[in-house]
Design a protein around this ligand. Structure first.
Ligand code: S3P
Length: 166
């Protein structure tokens, strides 16, 4: 089985579903955001604040380049990974790309009160998420090999659904 790469908006469930899939398949789970934080010895918020979003985007591409050639991994990406065409090409070299598609309500519920996502530290969070979704949804859909709806489903059910397809 090739690697599975999870893409989707913040709060769509990439990390929880990734961990669950890794357990079910007995494969290693890689959370890209977490790995970037460890390698840089700083939180994503600090990287955004000190060096800006564009630097974080470079770190993402650099990390993806190094994932090529790895096997038997379940990989959870950051929500903005599809913003660069270059990254999307890399994702396809790495594995099967699964888009976890969530409704705006699901995303709002899962991200409410979140202080760790720099792009959501705004007053009008619902409006900002709506605008970002409008820009990103077509990119997720274009990048996806498989699309899975996650809203109102349990992690177990989503895991089984993915396993039945892949
Ligand atoms: C981002 C999503 C975050 C993280 C960073 C930027 C985005 O990851 O990479 O805060 O642009 O959507 P999650 O999707 O895991 O929250």
């Amino acid at each position: 089985m090739s690697n599975i790469v999870l893409i989707g908006f913040m709060g769509s469930g990439k990390t929880s579903i990734g961990k669950s899939l890794a357990k079910a398949y007995d494969k290693k789970f890689i959370d890209m955001d977490r790995e970037i934080e460890l390698e840089n010895d700083r939180s994503i918020s600090d990287i955004f604040e000190e060096e800006g979003e564009s630097h974080f985007r470079e770190l993402e591409t650099n990390y993806l380049e190094r994932l090529q050639g790895k096997k038997n991994k379940i990989i959870s990406t950051g929500g903005g990974v599809i913003l660069k065409d270059e990254n999307v090409k890399l994702l396809h070299h790495i594995g099967t790309v699964v888009f976890l598609q969530a409704s705006i309500d699901h995303i709002l519920r899962n991200t409410s009160g979140d202080s760790k996502r720099p792009l959501l530290q705004v007053e009008n969070v619902q409006e900002v998420i709506g605008e970002m979704l409008e820009e990103r949804e077509p990119l997720y859909l274009k990048a996806a090999n498989v699309i899975i709806q996650t809203s109102d489903k349990s992690i177990e059910d989503i895991t089984s659904e993915i396993m039945a397809i892949l």
